[in-house]
Design a protein around this ligand. Structure first.
Ligand code: GDP
Ligand code: IMO
Ligand code: MG
Length: 430
């Protein structure tokens, strides 16, 4: 029996999903991205060599494994070509290993211009987006005026549809936002040039993954962003524009929901967030600065400094609830190595009432005060450990306590950025 494994971020993104997916791919037949776009930055480190992926699934470095970009992804072909070229230059046969859904919504330069203009217009209230056009592209998809990858197969129809859409965007850009228009002719020409590269990669992803399943191969569904950035269940409006929860794996790839076998939530041993929005356990002190420094908390996509804070169990409980998380992988345990005391937010207080689970949306969460328990640090090096027995007792106690508070098993522990710096407590793809 093969396993269809969903790997999602259970915080605000950057939990180490890329590292974990790359490692698990050793046992898989296929890896599928199902939402988000090039707002994601997934870092893989293999024998000291770092690869950052944005749109291409984190299984791409493995020979004999197919990577799929599902219908739920918003695809910027300019970003895609840059990423593909870089991988090809590094010797990765991308065209052999990658297939794209014809139903992917396209991100055009005018979506990017709109994203950036809207952020400026919001001023102090800005979302802090990655500026990659993600929100406007999903907006056009849902409004049924967007372009899909398949539209490129007929250049004439593509040109007509693209011109109409860019004209509409230009009306918003010039008349509402008072910024420059985007040159529709130039975009259409550039995008039709990409057709020669991407059309041969188009495949019906739902049918392809069903074939891997029929061949008894494990399939990994690679989430982007994290549960608290989910369009519905996150800290709205300070969220991304897609369903980052496990359910998104079904709608964003076309696999039936009953076929999702195991949901793995990736969680840092602390919390980070990039961009604006409430973050109850955020630290503005030396410990926050220490986590940022040791954890090298700078964005893999935009290079922005990530905000850092303690582990937040009420937020994790919402992720566990919304995504049926079966097991957790705790990453960056090593970043806590030097701390004498480790705090964990076990609940919030809101208007004098204890809350076990994060409230929906941004406004209530912004008023929540964290209630902490303090655990003893281990103050020993754990970097690179790959066996449970190597961990100091205090580190094992920390993991056991977090697991008990959440009532979810911790099935993997990551102790370094390298692929092999991982403790596998329960093999998931057997
Ligand atoms: P993703 O978006 O969830 O794939 O995560 P990112 O790649 O954006 O951010 C995670 C960062 O932490 C990357 O720089 C990884 O190389 C690094 N990383 C992952 N796991 C570990 C770990 O266990 N320890 C340390 N120190 N770094 C890690
Ligand atoms: P990975 O997959 C962390 C955040 C942005 C912003 C909000 C909306 O690497 O974990 P968007 O550009 O999506 O409209 O921005 O979401 N964000 C991420 N934060 N990791 C990511 O991806 C993110 N992708 C988007 O910072 O707050
Ligand atoms: Mg990232």
């Amino acid at each position: 029996m093969s396993t269809n494994l969903v790997v999602i971020g259970s915080q605000w993104g950057d939990e180490g999903k890329g590292k974990v997916v790359d490692l698990l791919t050793e046992s898989a037949g296929a890896v599928v991205r199902f939402q988000g776009g090039h707002n994601a930055g997934h870092t893989l480190v293999i024998d000291g060599q770092k690869t950052v992926l944005h749109l291409i699934p984190s299984g791409i470095l493995h020979d004999g494994v197919m990577s799929y970009v599902g219908n739920g992804v918003v695809l910027c072909l300019r970003a895609f070509k840059t990423e593909m070229d870089k991988l090809v230059a590094a010797g990765v046969p991308v065209a052999e290993r990658l297939r794209l859904s014809p139903a992917c919504a396209l991100i055009l330069p005018s979506h990017i211009a709109l994203d950036q203009a809207r952020e400026i217009a919001r001023g102090e209230e800005k979302i802090g987006t990655t500026g990659r056009g993600i929100g406007p592209a999903y907006e056009d998809k849902v409004a049924r005026r967007g372009l899909r990858l398949d539209d490129l197969s007929d250049p004439e129809t593509f040109s007509t549809k693209a011109r109409a859409l860019i004209d509409y965007h230009n009306m918003l850009l010039t008349q509402y936002h008072k910024v420059d228009a985007v040159d529709a002719d130039a975009v259409i020409k550039e995008w039709l040039d990409y057709a020669t590269i991407v059309l041969p990669l188009i495949a019906d992803v739902s049918v392809a993954i069903a074939a891997h399943h029929a061949n008894d191969q494990h399939i990994i569904f690679e989430g982007a962003q994290g549960a608290m950035l989910d369009i519905d269940h996150g800290t709205y409006p300070y969220v991304t524009s897609s369903s980052t929860s496990a359910g998104g794996a079904a709608s964003g790839s076309g696999i039936g929901p009953r076929d999702l076998d195991y949901i793995l939530g990736i969680t840092k041993a602390y919390t980070t967030r990039v961009g604006s929005g409430p973050f109850p356990t955020e630290l503005h002190d030396d410990i926050g600065a220490h986590l940022a420094k040791i954890g090298q908390e700078f964005g893999a996509t935009t290079g922005r400094a990530r905000r850092c804070g303690w582990l937040d169990l009420p937020a994790l409980r919402r992720a566990i609830l919304n995504s049926s998380i079966d097991g957790l992988c705790i990453t960056k345990l090593d970043v806590l190595d030097e701390l004498a005391e480790i705090k964990v937010c076990v609940a919030y207080e809101l208007d004098g009432v204890r809350q076990e689970i994060a409230p929906l949306g941004a406004e209530r969460l912004a008023r929540c005060q964290p209630i902490y328990e303090t655990l003893t640090g281990w103050q020993e090096n754990t970097v690179g450990y790959d066996q449970d027995e190597q961990l100091p007792q205090a580190a094992r106690d920390y993991l056991a306590q977090v697991s008990s508070w959440l009532d979810v098993p911790i099935v993997m522990v990551s102790t370094g950025a390298e692929r092999r710096h991982t403790i596998i407590r329960q093999p998931l793809l057997v």
